[in-house]
Design a protein around this ligand. Structure first.
Ligand code: ATP
Ligand code: MG
Length: 412
């Protein structure tokens, strides 16, 4: 991609109406545009990052047998009446309105109702189980404090997976599989998460499990053991900071954190409400046992920025970076050389953003490169040409070095 042509430009100043680090850096870098509080547009650079995150999630969901679907945001009130959640969530959570025919409609804040209703058409026998479906889809929530940039949207993406089982043993087996897959996803996104015991919500006496990333930008608080990884959400925990970890004896700490994922055993709450039953081997009729598993890809992106940034900008982990290489041409004499290198990199299928802007000083180009946070910065200038190479610098290192173009093309 040519930097001179991108549908965005870097801003010199932090946007005035943002307080969170992720929103400030992402807006300054031209990754996102704010339409209103908690409602963000994704521009080419931001959309690339979001899609990298989505594809990591997709790969791992497919690996646990998830079938991708796409459900509607618009839903009739009647569907939500079946579980009592039309009133329970109410206008505090759900955007609810009347259409011009007077029908009551809501924008889904989650999809248990929808997916359970649909499943009643396709799950009848134990032979139809287990099953798992997921989507990466836009959710709407009337959040009251949307001040954390991508971390708390009112319109935001969620990956939601739903699983259906005949027995609790089978549910437990699959729940563990998804837990492992979540840990892979967060690791690939460059985040260390604590699997945190949390409230099971209104559905269950059991714990649910949250994936929490320690960060001062977080709105949650967890008590955790840095030795064995045990963690509980402070909301439900009776443990105190400085106390002993019941698993390994180490001292417990308390920290602010961001919930990037949450998995729930739902039991038969939704199957009972929608009449989702299956016939077992003996011909008996039983409710299907369900679980749901959420991740916020946008919240993940915001969290990555909170964790991987410094005073100059973002430091994208390789797998989610919009590009692998930020190629910078300095001075007119280096233009041809840089242009050829850009083509060679593309021919090797290496993702490259080429700063071919003729009207920017080296200082402006370098500070934009730090802001955008692409892991490998490659400079072509008269000086590097004299040394018969290019200058390579990693975003997280201070020292640059000269390497040959052949060496650069081998970077994979
Ligand atoms: P929170 O407590 O932070 O409001 P939640 O517990 O209500 O979140 P869930 O219903 O568990 O959220 O949603 C599943 C996942 O979707 C969350 O773990 C998070 O990653 C993401 N998510 C939830 N709400 C938002 C939001 N307002 N903006 C962006 N992502 C969100
Ligand atoms: Mg949650």
């Amino acid at each position: 991609m040519l930097q001179s042509k991108i549908f965005s430009k870097t801003l010199r100043e932090d946007p005035k109406d943002e307080v969170s680090t992720n929103a400030k850096l992402l807006e300054r870098g031209g990754f996102i545009y704010k339409t209103m509080a908690g409602v963000y547009d994704f521009l080419p650079l931001g959309w690339r990052v979001l899609n990298k995150i989505n594809n990591i999630i997709r790969e791992e969901m497919n690996a646990v047998g998830g079938q991708e679907i796409f459900l509607t945001a618009m839903q009739p009130r009647e569907r939500w009446e079946k579980t009592g959640r039309w009133k329970l969530l109410g206008e505090e959570v759900m955007y609810q309105f009347k259409d011009r025919f007077g029908h009551e409609v809501g924008l889904a804040s989650t999809h248990e109702e929808a997916v359970t209703e649909i499943a009643t058409r396709f799950i009848q026998s134990y032979k139809d189980l287990p099953l798992a479906v997921y989507q990466i889809q836009t959710k709407y929530r009337s959040e009251s404090r949307a001040k954390s940039g991508l971390i708390r949207g009112r319109e935001f993406l969620m990956k939601d997976l739903y699983s259906f089982h005949a027995t609790t043993e089978d549910l437990d087996r699959y729940y563990k599989l998804v837990d492992e897959s979540y840990l892979k996803i967060f690791k690939r996104c460059g985040l260390k998460t604590f699997v945190t015991e949390a409230s099971g919500g209104v559905f269950s006496k059991d714990f649910s499990h949250e994936y929490q990333v320690l960060s001062d930008a977080g709105e949650d608080k967890i008590i955790f053991c840095s030795q064995c990884g045990f963690a509980q959400n402070k909301e439900i925990s009776s443990l105190d900071e400085g106390g002993d970890c019941s698993k390994c004896g180490n001292k417990l700490k308390v920290g602010k954190s961001i919930e990037v994922g949450n998995i729930f055993k739902l039991g038969t709450k939704f199957s009972d409400a929608f009449g989702l039953y299956y016939t077992d081997k003996e011909g008996g009729k039983k409710p299907v046992i369900m679980a749901s598993y959420g991740i916020g890809p946008g919240r993940l992106m915001g969290t990555i920025v909170e964790i991987h940034s410094d005073e100059d900008g973002i430091l994208w982990p390789e797998e989610v970076s919009p590009f692998k290489i930020h190629l910078i041409a300095l001075g007119d004499k280096a233009k041809n050389e840089a242009e050829n290198l850009y083509k060679d990199l593309l021919a090797e299928n290496i993702e490259v953003l080429y700063d071919n802007r003729g009207d920017k000083t080296p200082g402006e180009k370098f500070s934009d490169a730090d802001l955008l946070g692409i892991p490998w910065r490659v400079v072509v200038s008269e000086k590097t040409m004299e040394k018969k190479g290019v200058e390579l610098k990693k975003r997280d290192e201070k020292q640059a070095k000269i390497i040959t173009i052949q060496e650069l093309l081998k970077i994979k």
